[in-house]
Design a protein around this ligand. Structure first.
Ligand SMILES: NC(=O)c1ccc[n+]([C@@H]2O[C@H](COP(=O)([O-])OP(=O)(O)OC[C@H]3O[C@@H](n4cnc5c(N)ncnc54)[C@H](O)[C@@H]3O)[C@@H](O)[C@H]2O)c1
Ligand SMILES: O=P(O)(O)OC[C@H]1O[C@H](O[C@H]2[C@H](O)[C@@H](O)[C@@H](O)O[C@@H]2CO)[C@H](O)[C@@H](O)[C@@H]1O
Ligand SMILES: [Mn+2]
Length: 437
C-alpha cells in the first residue's frame, strides 16, 4: 500500500464532501496523510472546513486538513484530485431547470436542454480546473464526478487525450442499490454488463455469483409487478423511482438508466413538474441549508449529536476507484471512457459508459461480445451526435452548431423551440458560456 497520500477535493463546498472524506478516512486500503479542500467560494469552503474538522475530531482521525481558494496550495504535489464542481452553482441550475419548463420542455440538471446549458458552463470551468491541476500536479489522477459527464469527458478527450482522469457516475450503483433494497439481493455478488452514454444506458445482464444465474430477467418481472420499494424522503427522487416501472412496461427487455425517462416520456414528466419549484429549489431548501445549520450547531456547541454526515455509496464508489488505482487491484466499475471498439457496433470517436477494470494504468474497458440492439443504438446515436455538436459549438464558438445540438436533442420537438430556448440561455449564461456567433 502506498503510504501518505495527498488528496485534494475540488468543489469542496459541496454537500457531498463529508461523505467522500469519511469514505477516504474509513477505507482500510488507503493511507491518507493530507486532505486539501479547494473551492472558489470562500464562504462555502470555510463552512465545509468547519464540518470536516468537527467530524475528524469527533472520531479522532489522524489526518491533516487544510482549506484554500488558491490552486497552488490546493494541488501542488497531490496524488489525487476528486472533482465535483458545479459551475454557476445552484442558482444557475435553477435556470437550467426552469427555462425549458417555461417552453413545455424537460428542465433537468443533466438531461435535455437544461443539461446542455449546464454543459456549456461546465466545460469552461472544468477545463480551466484541469489546467490548474496540471500546472501544480502534472502526475496526479483526477477522479471526476463533475456533470454532465459524457460532455465533460468528450471535451477532455479532445483537449487532453492523455490526461490521467477517471470519469465516473454513481447512478448505476444507485439503481443497483435500489433494486437490492427492494428485492433483497446483494450487489457485492453481481457482475453487471451495462452499456451506453452517461445517464443514457442499459443493462444487458446482471450475473449473480452466489445464485449462479443472470438475475436481470427476474428483476424486470418483479419491478413490472411490484414496482421498486420507494422510501426516498426527497420528492423528486421518490417520483423518479416510482416512475421507473413505466420504462419497463414499455421496454421490458433491458433494465434502463432511470434518466432515460426524460427522453422517452418527456411530455408526461413536464406535466408532472412544478415549473415554480424544481429540484434546485429542493436542494437549496435541503442539502444547502443543512450545511449552514450544521455549522451553526458546531459554532454554538449545540445539538452536536444530531449531526448525521456519514460515508455514503456516492463517496465509497469514487474512493474504491482511488484504492483500485493505487493498489493496482483491477476491480470493476462502470466508467466513462473513449469507445475505441468496446461497443463494436457503435461509433469510435465518442465516449461511452461501460464496465472497466481499474488499475495503476487507469481504466481498461471490457469489449462487449454482442451487438447492441438497434433501438438502443438509434437512441444513443442521436444523443451522442447532439452532445458532440454541443462540444463543437464550445470549441468553435459556433452558434450554428449549438442550434443544431439543441434541435437534435430528443426532448425537443422542433427547431423553433430549440432556437427560442437557446437564445434565452445565451442571455442568462452571459459570462459563463463562450461567446457564440
Ligand atoms: N457523476 C455523478 O454521479 C454525480 C453525483 C452527484 C453529483 N455530481 C456532480 O457533482 C457536482 C457538485 O454537485 P453539488 O450538488 O454538490 O453542487 P454544489 O453547488 O452544492 O457544490 C459544488 C461546489 O463547487 C464549487 N465550485 C464551482 N465552480 C468551481 C470551480 N471552478 N472550482 C472550484 N470549485 C468550484 C462551488 O462553489 C460549490 O461549493 C455537480 O457537477 C453535480 O452534477 C455528480
Ligand atoms: O439532484 P441531486 O443533486 O441530489 O442529484 C443529482 C445526481 O443524481 C445522481 O447521483 C446520486 C445523487 O447525487 C444522490 O443524492 C442519491 O440520491 O443517489 C443518486 C444516484 O446514486 C447522478 O448520478 C448524478 O450525476 C446527479 O448529479
Ligand atoms: Mn451521474
Amino acid at each position: 500500500m502506498k503510504k501518505g497520500l495527498k488528496v485534494a477535493v475540488a468543489g469542496a463546498g459541496s454537500g457531498h464532501t463529508p461523505g467522500i472524506v469519511l469514505s477516504l478516512l474509513n477505507h482500510d486500503e488507503l493511507d491518507i496523510d493530507e486532505i486539501r479542500l479547494y473551492d472558489i467560494e470562500k464562504e462555502r469552503n470555510d463552512d465545509m472546513n468547519i464540518i470536516i474538522n468537527f467530524l475528524i475530531k469527533k472520531d479522532n482521525y489522524k489526518i491533516s486538513i487544510m482549506s484554500t481558494e488558491d490552486p497552488k496550495e490546493a494541488f501542488e504535489d497531490v496524488d489525487f484530485v476528486f472533482s465535483q464542481i458545479r459551475v454557476g452553482g445552484m442558482k444557475m441550475r435553477e435556470m437550467d431547470e426552469k427555462i425549458p419548463l417555461k417552453y413545455g420542455l424537460i428542465g433537468q440538471e443533466t438531461c435535455g436542454l437544461g443539461g446542455f446549458s449546464y454543459a456549456l458552463r461546465s466545460m469552461n470551468g472544468f477545463l480551466d480546473l484541469v489546467e490548474k491541476i496540471h500546472t501544480y500536479a502534472p502526475d496526479c489522477w483526477i477522479l471526476n464526478y463533475t456533470n454532465p459527464e459524457t460532455i465533460i469527458a468528450e471535451s477532455v478527450r479532445r483537449k487532453y487525450p492523455n490526461l490521467k482522469i477517471i470519469n465516473a457516475c454513481d447512478m448505476t450503483i444507485g439503481i443497483e442499490d435500489m433494486i437490492c433494497k427492494s428485492f433483497d439481493y446483494d450487489r457485492k455478488n453481481w457482475i453487471p454488463v451495462y452499456y451506453g452514454l452517461n445517464h443514457f444506458g442499459f443493462y444487458n445482464s446482471i450475473y449473480d455469483r452466489k445464485l449462479n444465474r443472470d438475475v436481470m430477467p427476474e428483476i424486470i418481472e418483479k419491478i413490472k409487478s411490484e414496482g421498486l420499494y420507494v422510501d426516498d424522503e426527497e420528492e423528486s427522487w421518490a417520483k423518479t423511482w416510482t416512475r421507473y416501472k413505466n420504462l419497463l412496461e414499455y421496454f421490458p427487455s433491458n433494465l434502463p438508466n432511470n434518466y432515460l425517462e426524460y427522453y422517452l416520456f418527456s411530455e408526461q414528466i413536464v406535466e408532472q413538474s412544478n415549473k415554480d419549484y424544481t429540484r434546485a429549489n429542493e436542494i437549496m431548501d435541503g442539502r444547502l441549508k443543512k450545511i449552514k445549520q450544521t455549522v451553526r450547531k458546531i459554532e454554538n456547541n449545540k445539538d452536536l449529536n444530531t449531526i448525521d454526515y456519514e460515508s455514503s455509496s456516492h463517496g465509497n464508489y469514487i474512493v474504491d476507484i482511488c484504492a483500485s488505482i493505487i493498489n493496482n487491484k483491477n476491480e470493476r466499475f462502470m466508467i466513462i471512457v473513449p469507445n475505441k471498439g468496446a461497443i463494436r457496433n457503435f461509433r469510435d470517436d465518442v465516449v461511452v459508459e461501460i464496465p472497466c477494470y481499474i488499475n495503476k494504468n487507469g481504466a481498461e474497458p471490457i469489449s462487449l461480445r454482442f451487438d447492441i440492439p438497434d433501438f438502443h443504438k438509434g437512441l444513443m446515436e442521436a444523443q451522442v451526435a447532439s452532445e458532440k455538436l454541443l462540444v463543437d459549438a464550445f470549441f468553435e464558438n459556433s452558434y450554428q452548431k449549438a442550434l443544431e445540438a439543441f434541435t437534435l436533442n430528443q426532448t425537443v420537438p422542433n427547431a423553433k423551440l430549440a432556437k427560442e430556448v437557446l437564445d434565452e440561455f445565451i442571455v442568462v449564461n452571459k459570462g459563463y458560456w463562450p461567446e457564440l456567433s
